[in-house]
Design a protein around this ligand. Structure first.
Ligand code: TXA
Ligand code: MG
Length: 325
């Protein structure tokens, strides 16, 4: 398959929307990472995403819609869910809610669940594409399954060229880590995945602490994100966390000062944020992992990074990158 490389002007958006409506897969930028889109109402189109990504099993996908009105046609929002939607949409938040009986997101996209994951992205290109497509669009990150998520169009091309219909290039993504996922299935919201909206902002709105999903699913009634595999975002190199020293043969991923001992001997070095700004670090995380992986180092040693704010999502992604495979 010849993958079209599109810009993001009005013609490109119209072309991309036509492809989506014809059941093809199109990668496009959101403010978090690039997504691989398909018509959420078309099971054959959704299956093409799993094939292109080589996703090992059918995980439910996030349906992207342009606004809260479109979201409430797909899902049932209780009062707290509605408050979260009003406060954080458009933006890097995904809400898992009971599906609306008349909703269009197909069974394959929801992996047969009675709930649906919904997100209203803020990126202007994503917004324009969703409005032009006029259907909910499912979009996992536009990488081969298990690999590092793409924050630039050339990352997408490296993983998926020849496997998808088109890539819409909207430049570098602003947030850099995927959306925060909250389950709102009745009772208090539950954090399924830390992401682009920091926990603290959600807790401020709720006026209380946020419960977390069980990491392991012994309790079948506990809501969790089935796609949260322990090993994920896996570079070829090994990943070593909380490194205060860099050993021979390692590449170094830094977070400003203090720099770990031995960093001058590192095979390659990337600093996520010289000024120790967590938003900047989140934005740079995936591109830095890709670059250090390409250095040929056997291990990427990562300096300690605080876990507050966006640091929680960064720590989550790094823990998955470091997990045994
Ligand atoms: O920022 C993002 O969220 C990006 C961009 C492209 O929007 N998308 C993304 O999608 O990260 P993906 O497929 O990598 O992650 C979807 C997550 C999975 O962990 C999946 O298990 C969970 O959402 N999920 C989807 N539907 C669910 C449901 N009904 N119940 C629980 N978890 C669900
Ligand atoms: Mg992903």
């Amino acid at each position: 398959m010849n993958t079209l490389h599109l810009g993001c002007d009005a013609d490109a958006i119209a072309q991309a929307a036509a492809l989506l409506r014809a059941g093809r897969c199109v990668a496009f930028p959101t403010e978090t990472v690039y997504g691989l889109g398909a018509d959420a109402t078309d099971p054959a189109a959704v299956v093409r995403i799993y094939e292109a990504k080589e996703r090992p099993r059918f995980n439910p996908l996030i349906a992207h819609v342009p606004d809260v009105d479109a979201a409430t046609r797909e899902g049932l929002f209780h009062e707290t869910a509605r408050r979260l939607a009003d406060a954080f949409w458009p933006g890097p938040l995904t809400l898992v809610v009971p599906r609306a009986p008349q909703g269009g997101v197909c069974d394959v996209a929801r992996a047969g669940l009675d709930s649906v994951a919904l997100r209203v992205p803020a990126h202007p290109v994503a917004q324009a594409l969703l409005r032009a497509t006029a259907r909910p669009v499912v979009a996992p990150s536009a990488n081969r399954s298990g690999r590092v998520s793409p924050t630039r169009a050339d990352h997408v091309a490296g993983d998926l060229d020849g496997r998808i219909a088109a890539i819409v290039d909207g430049g570098e993504t602003r947030v850099g880590v995927e959306s925060t996922i909250l389950a709102c299935l009745g009772g208090d919201p539950v954090l399924l995945r830390p992401g682009g909206v920091p926990r603290e902002a959600i807790e401020r709105l709720l006026g209380r602490g946020l419960a977390e999903a069980q990491a392991t699913g012994d309790d079948a009634s506990a809501p969790r994100a089935p796609g949260m595999l322990a090993s994920h975002y896996a570079p070829r190199a090994g990943v070593r966390l909380d490194a205060r020293e860099i050993f021979p043969g390692e590449a170094a991923l830094l977070f400003g000062e203090p720099r770990p001992a031995g960093v001058d001997h590192a095979i390659a070095v990337r600093d996520l944020s010289p000024s120790r700004d967590l938003a900047e670090a989140a934005r740079n995380l995936f591109a830095a992992l890709r670059a250090l992986d390409e250095s040929g180092a056997h291990t990427i040693a990562v300096a300690p990074i605080p876990r507050t704010g966006l640091g929680e999502a960064i720590a989550d992604r790094l823990a998955r990158a470091a997990a045994p495979r």
